[in-house]
Every structure is written in C-alpha cells, then in structure tokens.
Design a protein around this ligand. Structure first.
Ligand code: NDP
Length: 243
C-alpha cells in the first residue's frame, strides 16, 4: 500500500480547523498517522478535531509561550513529533499605499513568525531522534507577487529562504525540510476573491480549474513519505500549471 511508512507517525498540522490544514489532517489520519491539529479557538479546534477523528490543541502560532506549551504537551503524550506541517496562514489584502501597520504585522506574525515559533519548538525533539520532516506551506504568490498582497507574498517568499537554509542545517541530522507552494485552492481564504477576478484567474490556469485542498494534502503525504527520502530543501508547486 502507498504511504504504509506513514502509519503510526506523529503529525502536527498547524491551522487544521478548515481548508488545506483540515484536508492534510484527514489524509494523514487516513493512512494511520496520529494527528494533532491546532487553531486559535479552543472550541473550533476541538470541534474540528472531533469531526475528523484526530486530536485538537488550541495553539495560536503567534503566541510563543502557547506554542511551547502545546508542543511539550504532544511530546509528553506521544514522546515525539515526526512530521510538522506549517500550514496556518492569513491574508489581510489591500493595496500597499493603503496598508495599515496592523495589516503588515498580523500577516508577518502569523505567516512568518508563526512558522519560526512552531519550528523552533519542534525541531530540537526531531534532532534528538535524528529524524523528522518539516513542510512549510508557501504560495504561488511568493514567486509571482500579487497586487494587494505585498504583506502576504513577502511572508510566502520568506518561507522559501527559511526552508532552504533549515534543510542545509538539518540534513546531517536526518531531518528533511521542504516547501509546498499551492496555487488557487478552494477554501475560505479564496472565497473572499470577487467572482470577476476568479473568472479571469481560471483562464490563466492551464488545468482550467481551482485546486482542491486534498490535492495539496496529497503533496504533503508524498513529501513526508519514504517516496521522497532523497528530497530536501525544495519547493513542490501544486497549482494546475499556473506558475
Ligand atoms: P483558511 O483560511 O481556510 O484556514 C486557515 C487556517 O489557519 C484555519 O484553520 C485557521 O484556524 C488557522 N489559523 C489562522 N491563524 C492562525 C494562528 N494564528 N494560529 C493557529 N492557526 C491559525 O486557509 P487555507 O486553508 O486556504 O490556507 C492554508 C495555508 O495555505 C495558508 O498558509 C495559506 O497561506 C496557504 N495557501 C492557500 C492558498 C489557497 O488558495 N487557499 C494558496 C496558497 C497558499 P482558526 O481560524 O480556526 O484559528
């Protein structure tokens, strides 16, 4: 069976209450992994975890102390974290000239500092085990840029450098670090895009459709499985040919 090696792995997915993170949690659960999802609200996270049949932890990635406590809780319960999927992310789209400091800070704090906070807390335990996988969810706009997304695309480009540098540091410890750059995926995040803009966007996608969260989740399974055992420091584009 495919992904047999992922059975029993302990997986932490940040931002798993909906969208891509939720699909990632469902796919890992489907192959027999022990999955933890996180979110900013205790109620929402626990409800989603119950629905998927995984474990839920209120862990706001911008809150360094809460992240440390959350990671320690998983380590106490499971003894290790084998796979970290840094998925939690937000947008605060607006033209740069109108951007408020809060729009900049919120996006950088969640999408970049959040990835630092969680990875910094998890990696020492992976180093101890001399094994592990980290996946950072970047975005196509980290490569192309986008009007109204100076803050968002800056954080998504930053994750590429983060991934490549960390892969170099941790390769010798048996830890692989990779990035997935999704294109246009149907979730609450893309729900906000006006219909007219969506129609134009679809024309520029060679596969002529939006992606499904499951299609990003499948890329996560591949990159964390033995099938990708010689892949680190790279970016896998999941975008229907958009870029
Ligand atoms: P959604 O808006 O559908 O879901 C975002 C998830 O992140 C929710 O579970 C939310 O949980 C969680 N989250 C937000 N802020 C925090 C925080 N501070 N701490 C913990 N969890 C948090 O987004 P998508 O599923 O669309 O996106 C997931 C990732 O994929 C993001 O990093 C996004 O940038 C990236 N991406 C998405 C694309 C798309 O087309 N959808 C394209 C390219 C990249 P809650 O609100 O319950 O706290």
């Amino acid at each position: 069976m495919f992904f047999e090696d992922l059975k029993g792995k302990v997986v932490l997915v940040t931002g798993g209450t909906r969208g891509i993170g939720r699909a990632v949690a469902e796919r890992f659960k489907g192959v027999g992994a022990t999955v933890y999802i996180t979110g900013t609200s205790k109620e929402r996270t626990e409800a989603a975890a119950r629905e998927i049949g995984v474990k839920g932890l209120k862990m706001d990635v911008t809150d360094r102390e809460e992240v440390k406590k959350g990671v320690e809780e998983i380590i106490r319960a499971e003894g290790r974290i084998d796979i970290l999927i840094n998925n939690a992310g937000i947008t605060r789209d607006t033209l740069f000239i109108r951007m408020k400091d809060e729009d900049w800070d919120a996006v950088v704090n969640t999408n970049l500092n959040g990835v630092y906070n969680v990875t910094r807390a998890v990696v020492p335990y992976m180093v101890k085990k001399r094994s592990g996988c980290v996946i950072n969810i970047s975005s196509v706009v980290g490569f192309t840029g986008n009007v109204g997304q100076v803050n968002y695309s800056a954080t998504k480009s930053a994750l590429i450098g983060f991934t490549k540098s960390l892969a170099k540091e941790l390769g010798g410890r048996g830890i692989r670090v990779n990035c997935i750059a999704p294109g246009y995926i149907t979730t609450d995040m893309t729900e906000k895009i006006p219909e007219k803009v969506k129609a134009e966007l679809l024309k520029s996608i060679p596969l002529r459709r939006e992606g499904e969260p499951r299609e990003v989740a499948d890329a996560c399974l591949f990159l964390t499985s033995e099938m990708a055992s010689y892949i680190t420091g790279t970016v896998l584009h999941v975008n229907g040919g958009l870029f």
